[in-house]
Design a protein around this ligand. Structure first.
Ligand code: FE2
Ligand code: FE2
Length: 205
């Protein structure tokens, strides 16, 4: 367990979930600010990419595990998957508008993505997070975190790690740095950082 997670007594898997949500919130508000600018195309591509990875981790691992432990969680699990589908559709629409839409269409759609994302993150934090923490022991949370890491393909890690390290809100930057192990940070510095910045133009945005 990293120092920060140990300090706060929060399992790394839960800390990762909280970090991703905080960083998505920042991205969503920046999407709205970038709606009229050239950088919208790259910003929405990044949101699409990281949301896809986060949704997959929840749908393939976390939700089935919670449903198995808490059958009463089924309606919430269904609601979360529906929200994922709605968000994906809204992000796809924004990608199209980023290429061909008017400024009004881009601004309205970026705001719609922000609204749907906020509603979704709120749902998970209010209805999923407490059930997750109540259903797993500390050892099970450790084991789940390891399973999540091993099941994340390297090509997804190569985006998620730079995104967390560079896009986490200022008050989460230290937690993001502590969340990424030293060997993974070394890989980020040597290979992933440059490609991430080239692809998503993050440093220049
Ligand atoms: Fe989600
Ligand atoms: Fe989530």
């Amino acid at each position: 367990m990293s120092q920060a997670s140990a300090t706060f007594g929060i399992a790394p898997a839960v800390m990762g979930f909280v970090l991703v949500h905080a960083t998505l919130r920042r991205d969503a508000s920046e999407l709205v600010q970038a709606a009229a600018s050239e950088s919208l195309t790259r910003r929405v591509a990044l949101v699409d990419r990281v949301l896809g990875v986060h949704h997959r981790g929840e749908e393939d691992l976390l939700l089935p595990e919670l449903v198995e432990r808490q059958p009463g969680f089924v309606p919430t699990s269904v609601m979360i998957e529906e929200q994922h589908a709605q968000l994906d559709a809204a992000v796809d629409r924004l990608k199209r508008y980023a290429r061909h839409g008017t400024t009004d269409e881009r601004t309205a759609q970026a705001d719609e993505v922000r609204r749907l994302l906020e509603e979704h993150l709120w749902t998970e934090e209010q209805r999923l997070l407490p059930v997750w923490q109540a259903s797993f022991t500390a050892a099970e949370l450790e084991e789940f975190g390891a399973r999540l890491r091993w099941s994340t393909p390297l090509r997804d890690m190569s985006v998620i790690v730079p995104w967390l390290l560079e896009a986490a809100p200022p008050s989460f930057q230290q937690l993001a740095a502590d969340h990424v192990s030293p060997p993974v940070r070394a890989v980020y510095r040597l290979w992933w950082r440059r490609r991430f910045q080239r692809e998503y133009g993050f440093a220049a945005a």
